[in-house]
Design a binder for this molecule. Structure first.
Ligand SMILES: Nc1nc2c(ncn2[C@@H]2O[C@H](COP(=O)(O)OP(=O)(O)OP(=O)(O)O)[C@@H](O)[C@H]2O)c(=O)[nH]1
Ligand SMILES: [Mg+2]
Ligand SMILES: [Zn+2]
Length: 288
């Protein structure tokens, strides 16, 4: 029988199969090989022994939070309180793309402050944007559309409105919102297991900890690869005069030309430069 892992707790794995959820153990062989099954893994079960016998090749895998085969990462940011740092958003979108995950930027609290600046910063980024407005319902169908048929997760700072959004699109999850979540939730959230729920014709991984994605080793992007995780550079980077152009100050740089012509956003380009400098400081052995 085959299925996917919805949750792993204390050596037990809960596998959703055609006939419902099965509680299983993993075969010892995985530990010997240094592989641990995680939520999102597609697995083959041994029906007699009730063990996971095989893990299908993964599209991607994260250690913290533990999840595999993620399709979409919703990066939720608020137009006001807490005001987003575009550098943090750009690191998260870059880390997602680097791990073969589609980032989707979701802007909340558009009823309080118009998202004009953010809209301008990301208009040409090549990253899908969703503006959520609860009074008009704007954006909600777009979110549901992204979830349909995919495994998705949400990340973003405390207070941006992740739980509020989840409660609107999937009320059955009963997320705590506002002060209550922050007063009661902290300790529990950090240790909580990843769990996958089926909603809106797709799946949501209920997980905490993607905020630190950019600091994780798996997501450290070598400076030469940074141009690949800024989708808006794609049309220009082949046109630079020098092969291996780092798009920082070189003569004949088509990316800088596009920046000068207003085709690439200054805030996105500033993030590229900052990330390039950071990546240049990391020694090779640290990225291995
Ligand atoms: N006006 C307005 N308030 C919002 C919106 N989205 C969320 N809020 C409010 O912002 C506060 C924080 O929302 P939550 O959904 O709890 O935020 P969260 O991202 O889940 O926060 P953590 O669980 O701490 O990570 C709550 O008081 C919400 O009612 C919005 O679009 N407009
Ligand atoms: Mg919350
Ligand atoms: Zn260049």
């Amino acid at each position: 029988m085959t299925g996917y892992i919805t949750k792993g707790v204390g050596g037990f794995y809960y596998v959703r199969t055609e006939t419902g959820i099965r509680e299983c153990r993993a075969r010892g062989i995985f530990r010997k090989r240094g592989i641990s099954p995680v939520a999102g893994d597609y697995v083959t079960l041994n029906d007699e022994e009730n063990t996971i016998d095989e893990i299908a090749p993964r599209k991607n895998v994260f250690i913290r939070p533990p999840i595999a085969n993620l399709d979409v990462l919703f990066i939720v940011a608020s137009t006001t309180q807490p005001v987003p740092s575009t550098l943090v958003l750009d690191k998260l979108t870059a880390a997602a793309i680097y791990q073969n995950v589609q980032p989707v930027l979701v802007f909340t609290k558009t009823d309080l402050t118009a998202p004009d600046t953010l809209a301008k910063d990301y208009r040409d980024s090549g990253i899908p944007l969703v503006f959520v407005h609860y009074n008009t319902g704007e954006g909600l169908d777009q979110i549901r559309g992204w979830i349909h048929g995919r495994l998705c997760a949400f990340c973003g700072n405390s207070g941006v409105g992740k739980s509020t959004l989840l409660n609107t699109i999937a009320p059955e999850l009963h997320r705590e919102t506002g002060e209550i979540s922050r007063k009661l939730g902290r300790g529990r959230h950090t240790t909580r297991e990843t769990e996958i729920f089926e909603v809106c014709g797709g799946r949501i991984a209920d997980t905490a900890g993607f905020a630190s994605l950019e600091t994780q080793r798996l997501c450290r992007i070598p400076k030469e690869k940074l141009e690949q995780v800024f989708p808006e550079m794609e049309p220009y980077r082949e046109q630079c005069r020098f092969v291996g152009c780092s798009h920082r100050s070189e003569k004949g740089c088509a990316v800088r030309q596009a920046l000068a012509e207003g085709k690439i956003s200054p805030s996105r380009y500033a993030s590229y430069l900052a990330m390039y400098e950071e990546a240049a400081q990391i020694k090779d052995w640290e990225t291995k």
